[in-house]
Write a new protein. Structure first.
Ligand code: AMP
Length: 201
């Protein structure tokens, strides 16, 4: 099974993807997580990637596609979380026979609220949300806010999303593989809707 999860920043892609990957035995490929890992390294590539992420911009499309393709290797069952994020990227994986593209629909107002309460565990790369997905008490002290979850960078990420990623949603809609899922409400409810949409395909 080959699945793509799309949606605006903070729409819950990571949370949904983690559970889907477990339930359907898929390799979970979060290009954002892979890029953050690479950005931590004190290398020329790491610095280059940080310069894009920290400003809320997309890294060059070929680099994102290379990382995504390298991660799946020869695997036939995988889930791309937050990839492709532009038409250029979508064209670079046109050869893949996709089973479903899930679009998590969440209004911008709700997302701004969610992002302001979002925290990252640098030890595991896992993301929590103070209201919807509270972290275990024993790890609270080590949690940090993502550098790109500040109001200025969030604004830029939304701009990039509208300009570059929304056309990808229309692209997959035309291909007949898109399932739009209401991403509002509790993580449990959202996941139930997503699972149903995947099963229906
Ligand atoms: P995310 O964790 O999915 O919110 O991604 C964090 C950041 O990583 C984005 O704001 C981009 O700078 C970068 N990124 C993630 N996925 C992609 C992608 N498919 N193409 C280009 N840049 C990406």
């Amino acid at each position: 099974m080959k699945i793509i999860i799309l949606g605006p920043p903070g729409s819950g892609k990571g949370t949904v993807s983690e559970r889907l990957a477990t339930d359907f035995h898929l390799l979970h490929v979060s290009v954002g997580d892979l890029l953050r890992k690479e950005a931590k390294k004190d290398t020329a590539l790491g610095k280059k990637i940080s310069s894009y992420i920290d400003k809320g911009n997309l890294v060059p499309h070929r680099l994102a596609a290379e990382i995504a393709k390298k991660a799946i290797g020869r695997k036939k069952d995988f889930l791309f979380d937050g990839f492709p994020r532009s038409i250029d990227q979508a064209r670079l994986i046109e050869d893949l026979d996709l089973d479903a593209v899930i679009y998590l629909d969440v209004p911008e107002k709700e997302i701004v609220k969610r992002l302001s309460g979002r925290l990252l565990d640098p030890a595991t790369g896992k993301t929590y949300q103070l209201q919807y997905l509270p972290p275990p008490k024993n790890i609270i002290k080590r949690l940090v806010q993502r550098k790109d979850d500040t109001p200025k960078v969030i604004k830029e990420r939304f701009k990039v999303y509208h300009q570059q990623t929304e056309p990808v949603i229309r692209y997959y809609q035309k291909k007949g593989v898109l399932a739009k899922v209401d991403g509002t409400g509790k993580p449990e409810e959202v996941y139930r809707r997503v699972k149903k949409a995947v099963k229906n395909r």
